[in-house]
Write a protein that binds this ligand. Sequence first.
Ligand code: FAD
Length: 393
Amino acid sequence: GEPSIHAEKCIGCAKCVKVCAAGALEMFYTPEELELLKQWEAQHGAAGEELDPAEKKLREMLATYRGVWVFIEQFEGEVAKVSWELLGAGADLARQLQVPLSAVIIGHGVAALCEESFSYGADQAIVLDAPVFGNYRTKPFCDALCHLIDKHRPEVILMGATGQGRDLAGAVATVVKTGLTADCTGLGIDDKRNLMQTRPAFGGNIMATIMCDRFRPQMATVRPHVMAMPERLPGRTGVVVNEEYDLREEDVLAKVIESISDKGGKDIDIAGAEIIVSGGRGLMGKENFAMLHELAAELGGVVGASRSAVDAGWMPHSRQVGQTGKTVRPKIYIACGISGAIQHLVGMQDSDVVIAINRDPEAPIFQVATYGIVGDVFEIVPALTKRVRTMKE
Ligand code: FAD
């Protein structure tokens, strides 16, 4: 059942905090209670908080970690956009913590990425440049990053929740024995310098804020397009810290034989689109997506889908928007016959403009819509396409 406090019995002694087997309880005081505590301490001569030696040691250890890092993911020198987005988010954290923001660049021939990192907000670039880092492989990147962590002791590390980021973050967190929160949708700093890592939990029914207050560094991944792209300021400068890590190619078991790009391949990436026309179960069938493709083509956009539409086999999974699909932030998102379940909303609610078409005026999608059209998609979508066409002529 719901955890509850027996208000008449609880005297705030905090014994429960000490005996909880999972160490999951913490005491919180309201400002009024804190004031009362202070008065009591003043009267009874309690000289502030008495920390037991283990707790004191832990706090001293945590305090030796300083700085915010963003891992700059790149493939053949081309940086994944999510890394720049994370420099934007990291800059806010670094400002609050009053520490420098560092871009961590591991690769071969990647010196040019330092300037780029500065232009997106990094104060310093920590670089490991060697042939062995030419292609991403878990082992060398994990070893190298762990070495850098050991040496510089950052308090926060952010990575993109991409294939590479998910692989590396999990491996590094395991080796350095710290916590990792995947797919964060919000990041902040609390009054004890801890990173507040917010993400949907329990199937998106609640937003959980996860803390890692007894280990460092605090590690989080964030999906592409969740954080806003920071402004690029060319010419902004920073400090380059060139590092070395002794690792021979012979010691790496995995070899990259060939890289095959799927660019221009099977499907487009809806995550980067500026206009998305999405269809849900209200479309009633695969063939009806043709009408969305028509509208998208007129607007220069792409077609997305809800999970119901994907599960029904009407659209491929690569087009799915939402918690188990892609997070999108287009200029215009048009939701057609989509009810607006929380798992869908978390993937699109940061779009600049949301236009919802649904015949049910109570559909939750209208709560996040900039413009809501209550009506039948089969009438409204073709009418919109026609209107856009005439406007263009
Ligand atoms: P429905 O909820 O069935 O809504 C159809 C809507 O169409 C209704 O509002 C109806 O009024 C309207 N409609 C019907 N006919 C018409 C018409 N002719 N004209 C206009 N309107 C019409 N969902 C996602 O989308 N993405 C995810 O990534 C995702 N991940 C999930 C992860 C988990 C762990 C779970 C539990 C669920 C997830 N879901 C996800 C599923 C989500 O909960 C919903 O079931 C799903 O989004 C519903 O899709 P829908 O809106 O297309 O269908």
